[in-house]
Ligand binder design. Structure first.
Ligand code: GAP
Length: 440
């Protein structure tokens, strides 16, 4: 029997598919492990998450610069950063059924959990995806799909300093794909092989790192609030030295209460001057910063707030999932904050077969769409069913055009969470909606 938490996860995966949020990658060919595709609503939800992140951490600050670096980089980047040597997980293979497991996640290392067969010795397995650039497949043409977006930021440090002349402390932000050949992808969007990250490298003077670390810790909690992840389901874990990445002097994992356990959502690391120093040494480029205030040159230290888009998406979905009862009927709804909701408003004509209602509703929809592009028009089925459909995808407001609208230009505005309805004048509708939707 599935536990309540397992059922919650099944419900989320099923809702995500049924309502166009997330589909299994290459589904019609039987899927592909560790890959999920975002559907029409998922792409909007992910877009809103990325948009809030960019607004909070780039637009609303004066010390941040955005970049968009290539996924394929010179392989020396990853040799220098230490990834070719140390970015690995321990793998164990079953001699009988050939299944592979992460050694650190196996309770019993003597028998295969799938078939009971004998297991091989644990060996490090590098998680970077290898590929070849150009027409020849030899060791000189090897490249890697980047395992973290951070690499693209470090190699562009000098370009940003030379072109933008930022004052220290300052940060470089990037949103993009990263790839990890995970041994055991699992738990829906939690452990993927193709993922998206939102990362910041925040450059500081060495003596400023502790203050900046604390500022970013608070900023990350503020972001959680903005996207609707409650504080009570986030736990900060001080990562012990033995478990920290090779470059880090201090790391906090922000863990989330997923139905499958308390696991990492985001990370905050103090990477010292490790990356810039190593890249300077290996490339010969001058990656120092001239500090006019102190009249000296040095390699800045770095604080790295790192967010997975997909894990944030999953945490936002799980945080919004609600079940209640309306007039004796079970209702499933997503209580998204308006800023993340993939559809902000849905417009309905009360009846589909009354052209005057449909025309009026379409006019109102077109007028609103110019200002609120994430909007839906629905004339299918009875009004109760339409409300339920919008509740299930987390649409905060529904507008219904009925016969009174034709008489007095008022419409019904319905609130998703309370299901309460109010009558508002058509000419005030846009302003009222704008006020209700602004949450940032
Ligand atoms: N630049 C630092 C870095 O990449 P990380 O802890 O390995 O650190 C940062 O990854 C974030 O990326 C994680 O906190 C998580 O949100 C996301 N992430 C990492 N691996 C992932 C995977 N296999 N699937 C989905 N998200 C992942």
């Amino acid at each position: 029997m599935a536990t309540e938490k397992e059922r919650l996860m099944e419900n989320i995966v099923s809702l995500a598919k049924r309502r166009g949020f997330v589909f299994q990658g290459s589904e019609i060919y039987g899927g592909i492990a560790g890959m999920w595709d975002y559907g029409p609503l998922g792409v909007e939800l992910a877009h809103n998450i990325k948009d809030i992140w960019w607004r909070m951490f780039v637009y609303n600050r004066e010390d941040m610069y955005g970049i968009d670096a290539s996924i394929l980089m010179n392989p020396r980047v990853w040799e220098t950063s230490g990834h070719t040597k140390t970015f690995s997980d321990p793998v164990i293979k079953c001699v009988k059924c050939k299944k592979q497991f992460r050694a650190d996640q196996l309770d019993n290392k003597n028998a295969c959990p799938a078939c009971g067969g004998k297991l091989s010795k644990s060996q490090p397995f590098n998680l970077m995806f290898k590929t070849y650039i150009g027409a020849t497949e030899d060791s000189d043409s090897i490249s890697y799909l980047r395992p973290e977006t951070a690499g693209g930021i470090f190699v562009n440090f000098k370009n940003v300093v030379d072109s933008m002349h930022p004052k220290l402390p300052f940060g470089i932000a990037q949103i993009g794909k990263a790839f990890r050949n995970e041994i055991a992808p699992r738990d829906f969007l939690f452990r993927l092989r193709e993922l998206k990250q939102m990362e910041i490298e925040y450059f500081v003077r060495a003596e400023e790192w502790e203050r900046a670390f604390e500022e970013w810790r608070l900023a990350m909690l503020a972001f959680a609030k903005e996207v609707g992840i409650p504080k009570k389901v986030i736990h900060e874990l001080e990562v012990p030295e033995s478990e920290r990445a090779h470059y880090s002097k201090r790391t906090i994992d922000f863990e989330f209460d997923y139905p499958f356990g308390k696991k990492e959502l985001w990370g905050l690391a103090y990477r010292t001057d490790y990356d810039l120093s190593r890249h300077a040494e290996a490339s010969g480029a001058d990656l120092t910063y001239f500090d006019e205030e102190e009249n000296k040159r040095f390699i800045p230290h770095v604080i790295e707030p790192s967010f997975g888009v997909d894990r944030t998406f999953l945490a936002v979905l799980l945080s919004a999932y609600r079940v209640d009862e309306i007039k004796g009927e079970k209702r499933v709804f997503l209580a998204f904050k308006p800023a993340v909701a993939p559809i902000k408003v849905a417009v309905f004509p009360l009846l589909k077969n009354k052209p005057e209602l449909v025309t009026k509703a379409r006019n109102i929809y077109q007028m609103l769409k110019k200002h609120i592009p994430q909007i839906d028009f629905d004339d299918n089925g009875n009004i109760g069913k339409r409300y339920r459909r919008q509740d299930e995808i987390g649409t905060p407001y529904c507008v219904t055009i009925d016969f009174d609208t034709l008489e007095d230009n008022t419409v019904t505005l319905r609130d998703r969470d309370t299901t309460e309805q109010e009558r508002v004048n058509e000419k005030n509708l846009l302003e009222i909606l704008k006020k209700k939707l602004v949450s940032f």
